[in-house]
Design a protein around this ligand. Structure first.
Ligand code: ZN
Length: 156
C-alpha cells in the first residue's frame, strides 16, 4: 500500500477512535448485544432500533477497546442506519472479505455498496494482521447478534 494512503487511513482510524460517532445508549433501542474480543480486550455493547420492513432506524454503541475496534463500531453505526437488516448482512459479508483479504473482486466492482466500502476501506489494512481482523469485525458481529436476539457475540 502507498505510504501516503496508509498515513491517511491511520488518521481516519485515530479520529474515529478518539471521537467515535454514535457513542451513546439510546433510550428507545429495544435490541442490544454485548461483543467481546478477548484476544485484544475489546468490549462493545451495540444498541439497535428497527422500524418498518426491518429497516435499521438507529444504531449506537458503548464500550472500550483498541482504536480499530472503536473506529469500526463508529463507522458501522453510521453506515447501517437506513439500511434493512438484509442489506446490512450483505454489506457485512463483503466487508468481512475486505478484512480477510478474500473477495477482492467484489470490493473493486463495488456493487450496491460502493460508497460504504469506500469509507470502510480504511480498515482493510487489518488483512495483514489476522488478529486485528477480529477487532475490525467485532461491531458487525455484535449488531448481527443484537438483531437476531442473541445477547452475546464473541470472536472466539
Ligand atoms: Zn482490538
Amino acid at each position: 500500500m502507498d505510504e501516503d494512503i496508509r498515513e491517511l487511513y491511520q488518521e481516519v482510524i485515530l479520529d474515529h477512535g478518539k471521537n467515535p460517532r454514535n457513542f451513546r445508549h439510546p433510550e428507545d433501542a429495544p435490541l442490544e448485544a454485548h461483543g467481546n474480543n478477548p484476544l485484544c480486550g475489546d468490549k462493545l455493547t451495540v444498541y439497535v432500533r428497527l422500524g418498518d420492513e426491518q429497516k435499521i432506524e438507529d444504531a449506537a454503541f458503548e464500550g472500550r477497546g483498541c482504536a480499530i475496534s472503536i473506529a469500526s463500531a463508529s463507522m458501522m453505526t453510521d453506515i447501517v442506519r437506513g439500511k434493512t437488516v438484509a442489506e446490512m448482512e450483505r454489506l457485512f459479508g463483503v466487508f468481512h472479505n475486505m478484512c480477510t483479504g478474500e473477495g477482492e473482486a467484489d470490493i473493486n466492482t463495488g456493487g450496491e455498496f460502493a460508497d460504504d466500502l469506500d469509507k470502510l476501506r480504511v480498515l482493510s489494512g487489518v488483512k495483514q494482521f489476522p488478529m486485528r481482523v477480529k477487532c475490525a469485525t467485532l461491531a458487525w458481529h455484535t449488531i448481527n447478534a443484537a438483531i437476531h436476539d442473541e445477547h452475546d457475540a464473541t470472536t472466539e
